[in-house]
Design a protein around this ligand. Sequence first.
Ligand SMILES: *Cc1c(COP(=O)(O)O)cnc(C)c1O
Length: 392
Amino acid sequence: MMQYDDSAFDAWMFTAHRPPLVFVEGRGSWLTDQDGGRFLDFVQGWAVNCLGHSPQVVVDAIARQAAKLINPSPGFYNAPALRLTRLIARHSGLQRVFLANSGAEANEGAIKLARKWGEKYRQGAYEIITMEHGFHGRTLATMAASGKPQWRGLFEPKVPGFPKVPLNDLAAVEAAIGAATVAVMLEPIQGEAGVVPAEDSYLRALRALAREHGILLVFDEIQTGMGRTGKLFGFQHTGVTPDIMTLGKGLGGGTPLAALVAREDVCCFDAGDQGGTFNGNPLMAAAGCAVMEALQQPGFLEQVAEKGDDLANRLQRLSRRHHLGEIRGRGLLLAMETGAIDASQVVEAALRRKLLLNAPRPGILRFMPALTVSQEEITHMIGLLDEILGSL
Ligand SMILES: *Cc1c(COP(=O)(O)O)cnc(C)c1O
């Protein structure tokens, strides 16, 4: 095995604290580090590897496509991107798809599309009402759209036009709507905020409110999409369809792939308004097609919902035994409130036991395993977590 001393990390620009681990291999729910240590992964690249690490269907799709055609230029159509846009359109009920390389970029595109639509059809309206504690990415506009309290005062001046309201407060949205409002944008379940669901009734009411005021409803489904909640898209639990939706994370099965998806009559970009060198490249699109097809296998989404219920029940029992708090979420996007226990301490202790967990906030543990996680792996994780909570 290759060994890494401190100097190996010298050239890596600091943006986050990382443990001195170097992962060299992944398979399913397991990661292997440079020393051969095997880690059970309930983070999965931040809910990105929906089929686990290096799933065969994605490996094969990429290998086949790489040997055939990597990038003909974004100025031309290519077969995998055509196939993927049609798959996403067919299953979402929205008609048009723009492929992007990251969630933030897809959201940036959604913001641009809404502003363009406002310019054309709502007398220059440009404000997008977004949610406190929401998370939409790390570009300048998506940071401004996000409601992370820690980002206040950072990278000023902020991109203007993102008034914030509290989640699940319909009256606050109503009060914030004015002549300049073009859209409301939110996550069906706030992921980074600690898995805080928007109530189904609230989403339905938002749909009606947006229609009444002639503004757009934008769902950021980057974390809740692609089967994560037990349905292909989170909005499918509610019976309402957004005008614009963004996808990312699970879409590429671990590869950088995202999408801006919209209703036909909202699509008003002129030539050159949106695009990029890597957008719609066939290599990532081939990965996306493989993921879409895997999620469409009979029974796949049902087993996500069942395993999600099972995991939630077992976390509930654990929470009761250790006098912790609420279990929240849907499908395999779950969180546990850790009460008096610092969740980041749990994450550190778990890492020492070779279990990867995530603490999006100080009192919250988040669970986002592969959608293909096995019962045995869930049992193994619960056992380790039980011991860790008992030891703290
Ligand atoms: C992860 C995430 C993003 C940002 O996606 P990137 O690919 O990291 O740019 C945006 N919105 C939500 C809801 C996310 O979970």
